[in-house]
Design a protein around this ligand. Structure first.
Ligand code: ATP
Ligand code: MG
Length: 243
């Protein structure tokens, strides 16, 4: 299978604090990889490296065949447009209505006519089971936490990206809403063929949605395999993490 994201021997430290100590992994086309690990272990940092929002000390990150270390600004910009990101805590623009939040990338990076943008926003909202007519003019503060997450997903898919990065998409949500978001992530893979990395603290969610799971600890990937392999693993740290 072809890799759409590849990290090789990536090292990153903040001063004396080594966050990533030479990690290597890849994500295949059409695959969902879940990244698990304790707080502060470097999960969000990995997503930032893939988006080129952070720079590493050594190693390489290749996205859709582009080596991000040697890429110039315009190449990085083009690669970024082929990705969508759902940020930790949704990160919607509080003062903008839902329509403008979801349409943001299309207004910023395309010259599509307003009618086409409206249609794309309508489709993206329908994909996450939200009604454009009902929520389009509402402000984020008028929505529940689960609806905000769904809007954040609509915003991330509106420009039809090949890769989606999710940073804790279900944290703070109740179990039923969590399952709805999990179902959406699987639907994105099955219906749109999107490749994704999902950072999560929720092992049950990871087992429901992942093709493979990576477990980070103290700067290293200490496990990489299918959810079934993880559940059967005998490594004491993995057992402790799962319990
Ligand atoms: N700009 C920065 N300067 C200094 N240290 C940083 C910076 N960004 C992140 N860190 C540190 O790097 C480590 C990894 O941070 P990161 O946000 O990737 O963790 P995380 O695994 O996503 O944690 P959480 O589960 O709490 O979201 C943390 O210890 C954090 O304090
Ligand atoms: Mg984080």
């Amino acid at each position: 299978m072809k890799a759409v994201i590849e990290l090789r021997d990536v090292r990153l430290a903040y001063g004396a604090h080594v966050v990533l100590n030479g990690i290597t992994f890849s994500v295949h086309r059409g695959e969902t990889l879940c990244v698990l690990g304790g707080s502060g272990v470097g999960k969000s940092t990995i997503l930032k490296l893939i988006l080129c929002l952070e720079s590493m000390d050594s190693g390489s990150v290749t996205v859709l065949g582009h080596d991000l270390c040697s890429a110039g600004r315009s190449e990085i910009f083009k690669v970024r447009q082929r990705m969508g990101m759902v940020f930790q805590g949704s990160a919607l623009f509080d003062s903008l209505p839902i329509f403008d939040n979801v349409a943001f990338a299309l207004f910023e990076h395309t010259d599509l006519p307003l009618e086409t943008i409206r249609e794309r926003v309508r489709e993206a909202l329908a994909f996450v089971d939200l009604d454009f007519e009902r929520v389009g003019e509402m402000l984020p503060s008028e929505l529940s936490g689960g609806m905000k997450k769904r809007v954040a997903i609509a915003r991330a898919i509106v420009h039809q990206p090949e890769i989606l990065l999710f940073d804790e998409p279900t944290s703070g949500l109740d179990p039923i809403t969590t399952r709805k978001i999990d179902t959406l992530i699987v639907k994105l893979r099955q219906e749109l063929g999107v490749s994704s990395i999902v950072v999560t603290h929720d092992t049950q969610s990871a087992c429901r949605i992942a093709n493979r799971v990576a477990l980070l600890q103290a700067g290293d990937i200490i496990f990489m395999g299918t959810p079934q392999q993880m559940l059967a693993a005998e490594n004491p740290y993995i057992r402790e993490y799962l319990e």
